[in-house]
Design a protein around this ligand. Structure first.
Ligand code: WT7
Length: 633
């Protein structure tokens, strides 16, 4: 790619240019893509952070799948686009060349149209990590339908909230999913979710596990029955740069998850640019991102980023510790993976399994490593560097969010210095600011505060679906004129950035984002529960664990039983990923005189810092703190 940065000096130069001429900078990058009609020259960017209103490349027309697929057919038609590794080691690998993938996407796009899908429709995708998931995503994009992928670990109630919020008319799912030794009955979970979703008219079901399922006449159709009815000829729908490409639900500090909205033009330009630069992708390399497509990492760096650049992307159906903790290394060896992009949680858990699982595995093809999703502790960073990268692969610790669309702070891998635990530098076009609690910018080095961004970038969210005011309140009102990330951050004496974790009520458990309010609301549904406060605490493998302080009508007689009932409710309302690690029954919660829960105190208790609780004199009843401390788990 012509916009690949080649040296650290070039990065510095490009970065400086991008600050001084952001529109010219992004227009030039955008110019490398295939547009059916270019944006109006004076309309590269239109913005204000008050409403907010953000528009990139207005008037430009494109289809992202033409950029991911059609554009490569002539030169890379026979190159592998996707290599798929199944959950079960005895099952065969499947590969798709760019030509084959193009064909499958066109076919499935026609299938969608045959089943009533139209441009602008919202389509919910709840599928296992099989190639058909990528095909479904791209097929939606091809016909201009907006995909809303829901991670396979969410419960029926969560899916139903998301489907209702977006008013989806079609669901794409599978009979079930293989995940390690387990099977997840996706279709029956969808059936349960759809009881309260009258907007859904069609469910398209892929056969994967061959488990027993029910097909509802008129509503449910099999993928394999429908696919034979269509041709592989499907023209891409022309989309405006600012038309919606997808919605992805993510947790915030209040209320239910919100639908983060990304648009066709800006997202394309941003993920394409960041993929090829951060990972310094070279034409024949095989890129393996271990994320699930249900999260933004999978959207941006399994599907769109690699395909936009004609790369080979490896997609893995299973989990890192099945059949054993050597699985990722077996995959690297088997497919001769060059770039591995994974999460600190996976690294920490494999690290704990011991070095035996790495012994004898051929990891010599690896050239570059990446980390994403949570702060990576120094120990995990060093282990990753020494044992996986064999001390010769540079690591990119990449910081970004669902809302940012793509990577924002990261080393350009292999160029320049790195420092364990540091995401290092902003990418070109990204204008970071650190502000104090009053919103004053803290300049200079050796400082820390709240991380904000002061200028738009093409991949940023445009709104939260159906509720623009929520978008404004959440991201643009805390510190006027800035996009607020919700993260704390420090800039060291050399200007390197380190993300210190969330400063709001959002948890990051095993790299999964969970709102404390969501967990609290679920727990409060238990008939004996009066009030709950949930906080995070440091967890050796998961990064953060979930600690719930629960007031019941009276202290439960059988704590074990009540705890199990509460866990069941959380699993039902959200999914197993949100299960509290600890549930402590308390008589009261530390509250201010105005009734606000002092989470700071609960966090200290959960962390075990019992002697360092701070001032409790402003509490309504300081005695409750003693009581909670005494009975701490
Ligand atoms: C939150 C975003 C980015 C895709 C996966 C997660 C945390 C993410 C890092 C990192 C420290 C990180 C932040 C951020 N986070 N990457 N390299 N170092 N923290 O996306 O679910 O939207 O979560 O993950 O706290 O705000 P997400």
């Amino acid at each position: 790619m012509n916009y690949q940065i080649q040296s650290f000096a070039e990065y510095e130069e490009v970065y400086k240019y991008s600050l001084e001429n952001p529109e010219a900078f992004w227009a030039k990058i955008a110019g490398y893509y295939k547009w059916s009609c270019l944006w109006r020259e004076d309309k590269v960017l239109d913005w204000n952070f008050n409403e907010p209103n953000i528009k990139w490349f207005e008037g430009g027309k494109l289809n992202i799948t033409e950029n991911c697929l059609d554009r490569h057919l002539e030169t890379l038609g026979n190159k592998k686009a996707i290599i798929w590794e199944p959950n079960d080691t005895n099952e065969a690998t499947r590969t798709f060349t760019y030509k084959q993938l193009h064909e499958e996407v066109c076919r499935f796009a026609n299938l969608l149209k045959n089943n009533g899908a139209q441009k602008g429709d919202r389509i919910c995708i709840y599928m296992p990590m099989v190639p058909e998931l990528a095909i479904a995503v791209l097929a939606c994009a091809r016909i201009g339908a907006i995909h809303s992928v829901v991670f396979g670990g969410f419960s029926a109630a969560s899916i139903s909230d998301r489907i209702q919020d977006a008013q989806c008319n079609i669901v794409i799912t599978a009979d079930g999913a293989f995940r390690g030794a387990k099977q997840i009955p996706l279709k029956s979970i969808i059936d349960e979710a759809l009881v309260s979703c009258s907007s859904v008219k069609k469910v398209i079901v892929l056969e994967r596990t061959k488990g027993d399922i029910e097909m509802k006449p008129d509503r449910d159709v099999w993928w394999h029955d429908e696919i034979v009815k269509v041709t592989a000829d499907c023209q891409a729908e022309l989309m405006d740069a600012e038309d919606l490409l997808f919605i992805l639900y993510t947790s915030g500090s209040t209320g239910k998850p919100k639908g983060v909205v990304h648009t066709c033009g800006g997202y394309m330009v941003y993920v394409g640019y960041t993929f090829v630069n951060v990972f310094q992708y070279q034409p024949n390399e095989i890129f393996f991102c271990t994320a699930d497509i249900g999260w933004v990492t999978g959207h941006s760096y399994i599907i769109y980023g690699p395909l936009l650049n004609g790369a080979t992307t490896l997609m893995f159906e299973g989990i890192p510790n099945y059949p054993d903790a050597g699985r990722l290394w077996d995959i690297v060896a088997k497919h001769r993976v060059n770039i591995l992009y994974t999460a600190p949680t996976a690294i920490r858990s494999l690290m704990q399994s011991g070095l035996d699982f790495i012994k004898g595995k051929d990891l010599t093809t690896l050239t570059k490593l990446g980390s994403v999703g949570e702060p990576i502790n120094e120990e995990a960073w060093s282990w990753y560097h020494e044992h996986i990268g064999r001390s010769r692969c540079p690591i990119a610790d990449t910081w970004w969010q669902t809302e940012t669309g793509g990577i924002m702070i990261s080393p350009i891998v292999g160029l320049g210095v790195t420092k364990p635990g540091y995401a290092m530098f902003p990418l070109p076009g990204i204008q970071l600011v650190i502000v104090d609690d009053q919103g004053q910018e803290i300049k200079g080095n050796n400082v820390n505060g709240n991380l904000c961004i002061k200028f738009p970038w093409p991949g940023m969210l445009r709104t939260t679906y159906g509720d623009h005011e929520r978008c404004r309140l959440n991201y643009f009102s805390t510190y006027p004129n800035f996009y607020f990330t919700g993260d704390g951050c420090l800039r060291d004496s050399d200007g390197h950035y380190r993300i210190t974790g969330r400063v709001d009520d959002v948890l990051n458990v095993s790299g999964h984002r969970i709102g404390t309010a969501e967990v609290e609301n679920a727990i409060d549904m238990h008939p004996d529960v009066i009030e709950t406060a949930v906080v995070g605490y440091p967890h050796a493998i998961k990064g953060q664990g979930i600690y719930a302080f629960v007031i019941c009508k009276q202290l439960p007689k059988d704590e074990v039983n009540t705890r199990n009932e509460i866990l069941k409710i959380v699993i039902k309302e959200i999914g197993a990923i949100a299960k509290p690690d600890k549930i402590q029954f308390v008589n009261g919660l530390p509250k201010t005189r105005s009734g606000k829960i002092m989470r700071r105190i609960l966090r200290k208790i959960a962390e075990g810092e019992l002697d360092n609780i701070g001032d409790v004199t402003t509490l309504l009843d300081p005695e409750v703190v003693q009581d909670i401390k005494r009975r701490r788990l």
